[in-house]
Design a protein around this ligand. Sequence first.
Ligand SMILES: [Ca+2]
Ligand SMILES: [Ca+2]
Length: 349
Amino acid sequence: MLKRFEYKLARLLPLTLLFVLFATTAFADTDEPPEWVNLYSYSSTLNGEPLPVGALVDVYDPDGVLCGSFTVHTEGKYGFLPAMRDDDATPSVDEGADPGDPLELRINGVHATALGPEEAIWTSNGDNREVDLSVEYTIDVDVRPLPDGIGTPAYYTLYYFWVVNTGEGIDFFHLEASSGRAWSVEIIGSSTTGYIASGDSVEVGVRTLVPADAEDGDSDDMTLTATSAMDGTVFDAEVVTTTVTMSAAGEWEGIVPGVFQLFQNYPNPFNPTTRIEFTLEQASEVRLEVYNVLGQSIKTLLEGYFPNGSHEAVWDGTTESGAKVSSGIYFYRLSTNEFSRTRKMMLMK
Ligand SMILES: [Ca+2]
Ligand SMILES: [Ca+2]
């Protein structure tokens, strides 16, 4: 990490200041300053197009030691990228190349072909070597949504997506969520832009606010789109649908005006725990139970006399005896002496 940090600084500071920095930090215990060879290019490509901004160029010595790193900030170009020399004063640590060593360059983690005009070789300290690079690799990102959800007017419905890099190199993506009915959509818990290594996945939460004037049976199609910054490929998610439900009486499900409100559990679907919130207009006896699809009570989460205000319970997907339940639909029921309301939730393992 220290080296990466120093390489980043190397782009920002004049060489004189850099020299002082190295001399007073990593190399404070020796008299010799570090040595490096600068690599650079005005014309490098990824899949035939100019190297995109955000691409990572790494240089390795023949021992496999990462001895330099550069993030592209001008399309098609990289450098100066200092490739560090091994420090003779630290024989037990290999910091990088020895004079005459061939260097390997990788772009986004994938081996790049060095096209010249000069060879990628560690020559002698302070040399600047122009090495154009070319790399070809497949870029592919899957966006995998969880199943459709059920929304309630004026409440958020939460979804999780997995963005999976199934390509061969590091990708650098942008995320955008959109609603077919222009309902409010927000990406949460994740950056809308970032790097993702080959084979890795990131979890992305998206929440949509169901408008207060939505009607029973209304539905909305929400799409999460990932765009590769490496070649502009657009990867669409399968569409996720929110369907609005209301109680038979025409009141918003879960809201009993003047008595209590029972909110949709969060997150939903969930694994392994979910939170259930409710508010009481006045202090009362309350019982909060979880039921299976057969209508059998499997756990009592809360029972007793509660003051007015907000309360919450957490369900960890276990029964009264502590057994873990299987994936599927469950219900939670909040009851007082006079009223009760039931809501649906989904455990997904
Ligand atoms: Ca050394
Ligand atoms: Ca070495």
